[in-house]
Design a protein around this ligand. Structure first.
Ligand code: ATP
Ligand code: MG
Length: 318
């Protein structure tokens, strides 16, 4: 039986500036709404690969919420656990890229429907059908979100299931009261850890890559997968280390690459593929994601990923 994957967290829309610049302090052209939210992109990519996938989250009873529900359902995500809340607005993020690649955001998440995830009977029954939970650091933005995700992790682990964890957050997040303890608690229950850049050492004593890897594996984590943007990715467990270079692509929009990468790695890992294959396909998934405008527009099916990799092989050999 294929294992069912669960993501819990922010289900939001993204609206992006069409020009480079700083912030939103004057009227500018925008494009959107696009479906977004790190756990939302993740679960959509899992479903696109044909692996059973469920989302627990909340949207408002408005057009943004409708767009999100329709897109997730259309891509095969089970949305029984996605609540529609009357008189609440769907969460949103306005994004503008600066000329140096940095981004400015205006978020409406904490006070939106996206934050109103509750551990009611419906949520519990969705959790009970899942065998793997993916934690996104960006979803741990309130004690309530932490407690729902903790309940899911506890339930899945108790039944012999597994957990993946993408810290997916800025370092400043660690300054929030109780956040470091919550993250360390999740890390101790994690089977697959998927940090990128400085996230690798954010929770370890060691500040170098080798030391941090040893420390993480000593916690009982089965494997650490390091995302390196355009430079590719690495897989490390107690016996193996595998590195893949980044695939050369025309980067249009980097948002969502890490989420697609993680989803593809987890989906392949759960279906029993060897680490090298998981890494190769995840690397392709992250590369494909950056070639599309919109955070979730670069998700791909297995046929698309394999075709993309095949064209790369032909290009390399000619
Ligand atoms: P996010 O901004 O989505 O949180 P992240 O920091 O978690 O991203 P990245 O390292 O940026 O993750 O990207 C994840 C993976 O996607 C990389 O490890 C790589 O495999 C692929 N990837 C990302 N950017 C590029 C690129 N410009 N060219 C080729 N592959 C890329
Ligand atoms: Mg990320």
């Amino acid at each position: 039986m294929t294992k069912r994957v669960l993501a819990i967290g922010e289900v939001i829309v993204e609206i992006m500036a069409t020009s480079l610049g700083r912030g939103f302090s004057e009227p500018i052209a925008l494009v959107g709404p696009f479906p977004s939210g790190a756990p939302t992109i993740f679960i959509d990519q899992v479903a696109r690969l044909g692996v059973p996938a469920s989302m627990v989250g909340a949207v408002g009873n408005d057009d943004f919420g409708l767009l999100l529900r329709e897109r997730l359902a259309c891509d095969g995500v089970d949305i029984v656990g996605l609540r529609s809340i009357q008189h609440a607005a769907t969460g949103s993020a306005f994004v503008r890229y600066r000329p140096d690649g940095d981004r400015d955001f205006v978020f409406n998440i904490h006070d939106s429907a996206a934050a109103r995830v509750v551990l009611d009977e419906k949520t519990r029954s969705v959790i009970a059908q899942c065998h793997h939970v993916h934690i996104m650091g960006s979803s741990l933005f309130s004690p309530q979100m932490v407690s729902v995700i903790q309940a899911a992790v506890d339930d899945v682990k108790k039944r012999g299931g597994s957990v993946s964890f993408d810290p997916n957050g800025r370092k400043e997040m660690l300054d929030k009261p109780g956040m470091r303890d919550a993250l360390m608690g999740f890390l101790a229950q994690t089977d697959l850890f998927l940090p990128s850049g400085e996230e690798l050492t954010a929770l370890t004593q060691a500040q170098d890559e080798a030391g941090a890897l040893a420390e993480l594996l000593d916690l009982g984590i089965s494997a650490v997968v390091i995302k390196r943007g355009g430079a590719g990715a690495s897989y490390c467990d107690r016996q193996t280390r595998i590195d893949v270079p980044g695939l050369k692509v025309n980067e249009i929009d980097p948002t969502g690459a890490g989420d697609c990468f993680g989803a593809t790695f987890v989906a392949c890992w759960l279906t029993g593929r060897i680490p090298e294959e998981c890494l190769r396909l995840a690397n392709a998934s992250g590369a494909m994601a950056v070639t599309r405008r919109g955070p979730m527009e670069g998700t791909a099916s297995m046929v698309e990923l394999e075709a993309f990799l095949a064209t790369r092989m032909i290009e390399m050999n000619t």
